[in-house]
Design a protein around this ligand. Sequence first.
Ligand SMILES: *Cc1c(COP(=O)(O)O)cnc(C)c1O
Length: 365
Amino acid sequence: MVLTEETRRAVRLRAALDALPAYKAGRPPAPVEGLTPYKISSNENPYPPLPSVLDAIADAAGAVNRYPDMANAELVAAIAEHVGVPADRIACGTGSVGVLGQLVQATCDAGDEVVFAWRSFEAYPIVTTIAGAVPVTVPLTSDARHDLPAMADAITERARLVLVCTPNNPTGPAVTAAELEAFLARVPDDVLVVIDEAYLEFGTDPQAPDALAVHDAHENVAVLRTFSKAYGLAGLRVGYAIAHPPVAEALRKTAVPFGVSSLAQRAAVASLAARDELDERVASIVEERDRVRTALLEQGWDIPDTQANFVWFPFGEGSSAFAAACAAQALAVRQYGDDGVRVTIGEREANDRLLQIAAAHRPRS
Ligand SMILES: *Cc1c(COP(=O)(O)O)cnc(C)c1O
């Protein structure tokens, strides 16, 4: 490149950043007179924190002049007990997005490949590209599911990491246990497969895999989980991986030191202790999800199966119009270009309003 006066003066930034899509956070709803606004664009939990969790946060707040426990010892022990694996298989991070970044850093040198389905979680191409690795995307099937045979075909010599998002954000379906086993049989042992189970707790599909058992049976399989969705701690940023000890240790090496705050650690421990109460909330979100999807199918919409706390409208070019109709009714939803619109299951009133808007857009039969 010729150094002009201008380039000489500009700070030299990595070219990889030019290729980087910006993370688009779900927007808050714009106010509409006479309507309660609802943010159903980020798959958040509509319930506020439990009193016991708030107490833990308040208690931890009194000591924020101190650094948090860098080893997350209490939290790691609580998670290990919760999932039933030894503590040396647990690695925590600043949300599972933080752990995803650590996973790419732990596995990929510049130019190595990360294979994942598309459309899927929008953080995948970002964490991949930031690390200097190369995203290899494999289109979903026509029914919005992972095409695991095609993903196996896409694994080259350069592949180091495969991300399997199940259930898939933003479309909803989970992979089946049989599909996953057939896939793993084709993945080389030196490629790490990460099963991203951000929405695990909302799943009711009996064919879905038991990811912990799969992890147990395969040295190259790790599981990613979060406190952000079912457990309602999105604002505190804490997630974790369950990985075999060499991988878990690599994740500790690539973690931001003191990344998980003391508030997050204490709140997560309190949430695991309050599991029964939180699971009741999850059960009512699942009930609402099934009610909404059933109603949409009755309206004539072709909505893919969903095992998460959201529904996917594969509207193609009609996506903008539908997102605008929702916005006009004070519902902030998440539009993905001309692919579709993802709507989080929220408060009952938000769900009812969504159904009314969808009915007004009803496809002609
Ligand atoms: C929301 C989400 C995450 C987790 O986000 P964190 O808040 O960073 O834990 C991870 N994976 C998928 C697929 C998600 O949708």
